[in-house]
Design a protein around this ligand. Structure first.
Ligand code: NAG
Ligand code: NAG
Ligand code: NAG
Length: 269
């Protein structure tokens, strides 16, 4: 299998974009890529690079787009990534990365896309991510995150997409998420979230089918008027009218009794 090794030719020094995606490159990512100080785009996705992400990559202060997804990288995200001060797009999905995200990521003022799904992270979600003011897409699905969704995520006013499905998240959904006016895709499915869903009718209508809360058996909605729009039960286990007692109400499922049931009721009356 091919690997990248040896010295980088000096004529690469001024390189602005390096795209080696969709090759079969193996071995470690050469740390010397961190010396290509003019790089604005680095794409090594869809290879078989292994080992840790070189901390030297954090020296690429001009870098706007970094894509290392779909490799076999292990270890953590280097703390030096806080030095990637021009970064707008960071993709690290589909690797073997684990451990805490460096708190310094919160200092990446231009970061708009943080896409890091399918890694065995196994830690709580860092509250610091709520400090990345320009973040539009935060995708951290299927990565063994535990604990609760940080309240600080309610400060991500530019957020349009939040994907946290298939983790081990517990506790309440922070009410602050319901105030994110640009959000149009929210997937919290397949976690252990519980309590009342904090979204009002307007939020639910705006997201429509782009909202997925299914697979959280402890979640419920207080407002009977919105119950048919989300994949969860009414809080307190149903009520006098509308919801079928004890019956799970699924997205798009019927809130009202079927026509024949209604007919029977009328006949009884
Ligand atoms: C990833 O690394 C592990 C451990 O070194 C190895 O067993 C596995 O075959 C590698 N997978 C790929 C796709 O390279
Ligand atoms: C996360 O959830 C999965 C599936 O429910 C479970 O197998 C795993 O043990 C959990 N991990 C942690 C760290 O709680
Ligand atoms: C949410 O994620 C689950 C699990 O990956 C997926 O099946 C579902 O289609 C997603 N829903 C939305 C609305 O994106």
């Amino acid at each position: 299998n091919p690997s990248l090794s040896g010295t980088l030719p000096p004529q690469l020094a001024g390189l602005v974009h390096l795209d080696l995606s969709y090759n079969s490159l193996t071995g470690p990512i050469p740390a010397r890529i961190g010396e290509l100080r003019s790089l604005q785009g680095l794409d090594l996705s869809y290879n078989s690079f292994s080992g840790p992400i070189p901390s030297k990559l954090g020296r690429l202060a001009q870098l706007q787009k970094l894509d290392l997804s779909s490799n076999n990288l292990t270890g953590g995200v280097p703390a030096t990534f806080s030095g990637l001060s021009s970064l707008t797009f960071l993709a690290l999905s589909n690797n073997g990365l684990s451990g805490r995200l460096p708190a310094g990521l919160a200092g990446l003022r231009d970061l708009q896309y943080l896409i890091m799904e399918n890694n065995p992270m196994g830690v709580p979600l860092p509250p610091e991510l709520g400090g990345i003011a320009r973040l539009q897409e935060l995708r951290l699905a299927n990565s063994g995150y535990s604990g609760s969704i940080p309240e600080t995520f309610g400060r991500l006013t530019s957020l349009t997409t939040l994907s946290l499905q298939n983790n081990n998240l517990t506790g309440r959904i922070p009410a602050g998420l319901s105030r994110l006016k640009r959000m149009y895709h929210l997937n919290l499915s397949k976690n252990g979230l519980d309590g009342a869903v904090p979204f009002d009718g307007a939020f639910l209508r705006r997201l429509g089918r782009n909202l997925d809360l299914s697979g959280n058996p402890g979640l419920c909605v207080d407002d009977r008027a919105v119950v048919k729009e989300v994949g969860v039960d009414v809080c307190g286990g149903g009520g006098s009218s509308g919801a079928s007692p004890g019956g799970a109400i699924t997205r798009g499922g019927a809130l009202w009794p079927s026509a024949s049931a209604l007919l029977c009721c009328c006949l009884l009356l």
